[in-house]
Structure formats: C-alpha cells, structure tokens
Ligand binder design. Structure first.
Ligand SMILES: C[S@@+](CC[C@H](N)C(=O)[O-])C[C@H]1O[C@@H](n2cnc3c(N)ncnc32)[C@H](O)[C@@H]1O
Length: 395
C-alpha cells in the first residue's frame, strides 16, 4: 500500500463513514484506524470532505509511531510539532489536542498540551491551549477556537493496535450548514420522518461509488420532503424525485426552490407523483438513492407479532418496488436503498425478509472490504426502527 497521507475521524456510526470512503475512493486507498478513524493514501486536498456525511474531521498525517506509550508520544509531539507550530503566520497561536483510542485522562492530555504550549512559547511565540474537558475536542470547540485557521493547530492522536498516528486537522464538518439544510427547510413533515442531510449524503455516496456527478441523474422514488434530492444537487447531480403522495411532491418542489435560492443552485429537478411499485420513470437514471416507506414509527419495543406484521407490510411494498424498477434500469446501475430494520433487543435487529432474496430479485449486493454488508445500519441506541442501507447493483 502507498504511504498514508490523510486521516479522517469518522462520525457516530463509523461503519457507515468507512463504507462511504471506500465507495468514493476505492478499497485499496482506505484503511481503518482503531474504532473511529480511517487513513487514506490520498492528500487531504483531493478529498471532497464537504460531501462526506460519515466523517467529522480531516487532517494531514504528520507521523506514525510504533508505540502507544503516552510518554513517548508526548516527547515526539514536543520535539516535532513545537518547531513547526512556531513557524505559523504571525499572531497568537491556538493549539488543541484530540485523542482517540487511548485510556489517558483529559487531565493527562491537557498536561501534554501544556508541555507543547511551553515549547512553542520558548520559541518566542504567544500561544493559547484549548482546555480538554474530554480526551477529544468536539467539532464545535475546534471551530470556536479557530483551530483550523491560519494560526491554529489541532492535533489528532489516534491509536491503531500498537501504533499511533498523529495528524494536523485541516477541516471539520460544517455544523452550521448541516443545521440550515435540516431545520431551515420551509416544508417539513414529522410524520414521514426527516432524513438527516448527513445520512442523505451517505446514501448518495454509497450509490454513486466513483461516478462523476456532472451530467448524471440521481433518482429518489420515495422522495418525501426531498432531502436526498437537495444533497444530490449540492454534489452536482441532476435530480429526479417521485412519491406516492401529491403533498410530498409539493413539499419537495418548495424545498428545492428554497434550496436553489439559498445555495445558488438552479433547480432543474424533475418531480412526479408516482407509486414506486408500478411507476414508469423517464430515463436516464444513473443511480438510485432513497429511504423507502419505513412502516409504523414505534416509540417503545413492540411485540414480536407487531414487528412481524409491519415487516411483512414493508416487505411487500419494497419488493414490488425493486421488481418494478429492475426492468427500467441499465445493468450495472447502483442503488442505495434505506429500508427499515427493527431493534428487538439492544443491538439485535430483525431484518426485512427480502434482504435474503436480493439475487432472486435481480440484484447483487455491493461488498465492502472494510465493512460487513449487514453492518450498514443507522440508528440511535433507543430507537426501535433503524435504517438498514442496502447497497446493490442491478445485474
Ligand atoms: C420515510 S419517507 C421518506 C422521507 C424522505 N427521505 C425525506 O427526506 O423527507 C417515505 C416516503 O415514501 C412515500 N411512499 C410510501 N409508499 C410509497 C409508494 N408505494 N410509492 C412511492 N412513495 C411511497 C411516502 O409518501 C413518504 O414520503
């Protein structure tokens, strides 16, 4: 493998972030580091970070140490990072340290930060350390303290088995933009459930693979209020949305108009009312990314009979949809379809029956090197209905 150049801190569900990176950049470019991070053989500038829904920080790898001894790591940082930090542009230097996969306390990490601060001060620079309340700084703290600015320096220290990776953060997720794209949309509907923009990005990226968005169309046949279409537009795809409910098509049209004005994206979307189990779509469709009908929203764990009935209802609709669209897609077309799975006990899921018969339906599952297909689940701990991401290819 080529030299590892970039380090990515993955989001709340690391398997999704890892699969997304693998989908966009290829499996031989990415390696998992510990439980929460990944390294890539490509430079940070070549990573389209703003389109990654499953990654929260990106940085340049400065060093890889064959030790996980904290004292050694601290000595390395003080020796190598202090002179470099001291040569940052004029002004007060802002430093911060985020540590992943170590058992060192926030206090111990803070002490390392103070040693680094002292060394930079000794080199004649004025410096401020962002205090560690936790071993790692949040994106909001990094942003607030300007740690990715011209005189900022956040160190990410990541453990991977018996090795340590040290990176300098160059960019973090744009929390404000995600909030606007989620909460400020004029038409929202709690009943259809709102897809977080980050998850919409993951769906599109898992479906797109290494496809260049220019001139290509993403279809969402269950478009609801249009989050997938909005995020696909932002990536540069043409968009096509259909939904059974006229009200949803109206909402999507409103939302995309708002989005087009706000993000200066003219909205050339094609929108149609249509039942995905029998609609005839216009071609071309280059990829399909959607969150299907998810069935009843359960607030507490339902009885096994209830789960079985809901699963069976959803299974009928989604199976019919996959059969219907099959004949309308070119062989090799990729889809990422978010379907429901039910958390019946902590971290134990009942899957839709059709997950086991994708081949009979004319699709092959896209396999990832670094992530098991059945690990592509998005859920909160207390949530009964999870979304399972099926990444499939029309055969
Ligand atoms: C879970 S919601 C999708 C929400 C969407 N991702 C969003 O961001 O708002 C599922 C959508 O599927 C639509 N739907 C349900 N059955 C359908 C069918 N047979 N054909 C097309 N759309 C359907 C519903 O109207 C609903 O808008």
């Amino acid at each position: 493998m080529d030299e590892l150049k970039s380090l990515v801190l993955l989001g709340r569900q690391p398997a999704l972030g890892l699969a997304e990176l693998e989908s966009l950049y290829g499996n031989d470019t990415v390696v998992a580091l510990g439980a929460q991070a990944a390294a890539l053989t490509i430079e940070t500038e070549k990573i389209a970070f703003e389109r990654l829904g499953g990654s929260v920080k990106l940085g340049n790898i400065l060093g890889r140490l064959d030790t996980v001894n904290w004292g050694d790591i601290e000595r390395y940082i003080v020796k190598h990072v202090a002179p470099e930090a001291a040569s940052l542009p004029e002004g007060k230097i802002q430093i911060g340290i985020s540590v992943y996969g170590f058992s060192e306390s926030a206090l111990r990490i803070q002490a390392t930060g103070l040693s680094l601060k002292k060394a930079i001060k000794k080199a004649g620079r004025s410096v401020r350390l962002t205090p560690n309340q936790e071993p790692a700084l949040s994106s909001a703290q990094v942003q607030h303290n300007h740690l990715t600015g011209p005189t900022g320096w956040e160190l990410m220290i990541v453990r991977d088995n018996e090795q340590t990776f040290i990176a300098r953060t160059t960019v973090i997720q744009d929390i404000a933009s995600y909030t606007i794209r989620d909460r400020d949309r004029p038409k929202r509907d709690a009943r259809v459930g709102m897809l977080p923009p980050k998850l919409a990005q993951i769906l599109i990226n898992l479906a797109a693979g290494q496809l260049d968005p220019a001139g290509k169309t993403v279809l969402d046949p269950f478009c609801g209020t249009g989050v997938v279409l909005q995020e696909a537009e932002l990536m540069g795809f043409g968009v096509y949305g259909t939904d059974l409910e006229p009200r949803m098509i109206d909402y999507t049209a409103h939302n995309l108009e708002w989005f087009g004005e706000r993000y200066e994206h003219p909205s050339p979307a094609v929108l149609e009312i249509g039942d995905a189990t029998r609609h005839q779509w216009q071609s071309p469709i280059d990829i399909v990314a959607c969150e299907t009908f998810l069935g009843k929203p359960f607030a507490s764990t339902p009885s096994p009979a209830m789960v079985a009935t809901t699963a069976s209802d959803c299974n009928v609709i989604i199976k019919k949809f996959l059969r219907n669209i099959h004949g309308q897609l070119q062989p090799g077309t990729r889809l990422c379809v978010a379907v429901p799975a039910w958390q019946i006990r902590k971290n134990e899921f009942k899957h839709l029956p059709l997950v086991d018969s994708l081949e009979e339906l004319g699709y092959n599952q896209v396999r990832f090197e670094h992530v098991e297909s059945n690990a592509l689940l998005y859920y909160r701990e207390d949530q009964v209905v999870a979304r399972e991401l099926l990444v499939i290819k029309r055969n």
